[in-house]
Design a protein. Structure first.
Length: 473
């Protein structure tokens, strides 16, 4: 373990090693200066030597179905429906490869990485710093916080990287990133913690609480560790903004600590479930309901037998604070619920009929068939197939020219996803899932049987309806 040395001594040593002239302040003498050499008092060198063997490269292989049909036909659901199973004759399996990073957290070969590094992988190969390779299997993964634990079976105990305390890290502290950017194995970059609690809601990333760093992070660094000057992992490098420099993001390691045991034991995270659907509190809604609040979430459905029903929550309630903290927006509220474990107690401040009331709810465990936390019911199905959907609002009706129709509007189709392969387009309206009408993402709850791997969606486009069957596994 490395003990943090005096910051002033480190900086003086680094500057002196770079050949810069130093001016001693009061009380500082030359005899107090550290011995300077190529590597003297450089904690980064020592960290890399000591802990680089705990960082691994991860190679994944997946199989993607590609259509050989010309462009106008490959995404046409009418063409697909007309030819039925014959459509598959025009598709072929194409092997795809990807790379990422990870770090060893147990001597027997448990490795922490990002979920998106191993998602959908048919084969995972781990390469250690000494060049040895092992096939790995997934012990558990969590798309919500983009974390996964994989396992190899080494012939001897492995070097591990200890998990630090990401809550105690401060903005401005030095950090080291080690990973596999663009296949350049065990690349080391250095920077500082630029900010904490950053939120990113874009494409497939939907997370609040990132650590931001200016240590260079590139594609392939995903899953690798962000290490503090004590030689402990305080983050898992996850995301970048590709058109910018010095903007990298890491999942705080304390988040991983909370869920790793569940991932290893159950293969998933056991999360608390409140049992409501929610939507954003708009100015128009607040004015219509006579609510004096700018931020909050409006309760839609309250599911029978849920923690919310037992606590007395009602449709139309406006939740303005959770455990004493003001509600920021829907995503913040959903993430707060997601981060709680079953049997956790929540204290909610609710506005109802012009009065403020306090409600305490004891969370249940999220049902397997529902797959998501409060306010996000049914989203699991759409996430799996690569669809972004939304309730139909007046704004969306105008944007997509949808009249006299209820349902869920498709606002995003992920590239390379099953939904794109099935021909979904932005602006499509999903009317039913397995014959169940859907007007809110939470309506999908219970529409897909637990033992089923298929979902039949009734879709409307341009005044015509058609069915699309999607695999949900």
């Amino acid at each position: 373990m490395y003990v943090r040395s005096c910051f002033r001594v480190k900086v003086l040593a680094m500057l002196a090693a770079a050949g810069l002239c130093l001016f001693a302040g009061p009380g500082w003498s030359a005899s107090q200066a550290p011995a300077l050499g190529k590597q003297a008092d450089n904690p980064v060198v020592q960290i890399v030597k000591e802990f680089s063997p705990a960082v691994v490269n991860i190679d994944v292989e997946t199989v993607s179905r590609r259509s050989a049909l010309p462009s106008p036909f490959r995404d046409d659901p009418f063409f697909r429906r007309f030819f039925g199973e014959e459509f598959d004759r025009f598709s072929r399996s194409v092997p795809m490869k990807g790379r990422g990073s990870g770090f060893i957290v147990s001597k027997d070969g448990q490795i922490l990485t990002n979920n998106h590094v191993v998602e959908g992988a048919n084969k995972i190969t781990v390469t250690l710093s000494d060049g040895k390779t092992y096939e790995a299997n997934i012990l558990g993964k969590d798309p919500t916080f983009d974390l996964a634990v994989i396992k190899i079976n080494p012939t001897a105990d492995l070097k591990t990287l200890e998990l630090g305390n990401s809550d105690s890290i401060e903005v401005g502290e030095w950090v080291v990133a080690i990973g596999n950017p663009y296949g350049l194995e065990h690349t080391v970059t250095v920077g500082v913690i630029s900010a904490k609690n950053r939120s990113i809601h874009a494409q497939n990333i939907n997370f609040d609480g990132f650590l931001q760093t200016d240590a260079a992070i590139n594609p392939g660094n995903s899953g690798g560790p962000l290490i503090d000057m004590d030689g402990k992992a305080i983050g898992i490098n996850t995301a970048i903004i590709p058109y910018a420099q010095g903007l990298g993001f890491a999942v705080p390691v304390n988040m991983a600590k909370q869920i790793m045991n569940d991932l290893v034991t159950y293969g998933k995270v056991k999360r608390g479930w409140l049992g409501i659907s929610v939507q954003a509190l708009t100015k128009d809604f607040a004015e219509a309901y006579g609510i004096d609040a700018e931020n909050g979430v409006v309760v839609g459905d309250v599911f029978a037998g849920s923690a919310a029903e037992r606590a007395g929550l009602q449709r139309g309630d406006v939740i303005v604070s959770l455990d004493g903290e003001n509600v920021k927006d829907v995503q913040w509220f959903v993430n707060q619920i997601r981060s709680k474990s079953p049997d956790s107690s929540l204290k909610l401040r609710v506005l109802r009929a012009g009065k403020s009331i306090n409600v305490t709810a004891k969370l249940d465990e999220i049902p397997d068939s529902e797959g998501q936390a409060a306010g996000d019911g049914g989203a699991d199905l759409f996430d799996k197939v690569g669809l972004g959907v939304s309730k139909l609002t007046n704004e969306l009706r105008n944007q997509y020219k949808i009249e006299n129709r209820s349902g869920l509007v498709v606002v995003q189709v992920a590239k390379g996803s099953p939904a794109q392969a099935a021909g979904f387009r932005e602006g499509d309206v999903i009317l039913e899932v397995n014959r169940k009408k859907v007007n809110d993402p939470s309506d999908v709850i219970g529409a897909v049987r637990k033992d089923s791997k298929l979902a039949a969606l009734l879709v409307e486009r341009g005044g015509r309806t058609f069915f699309v069957t999607l695999k949900t596994d």
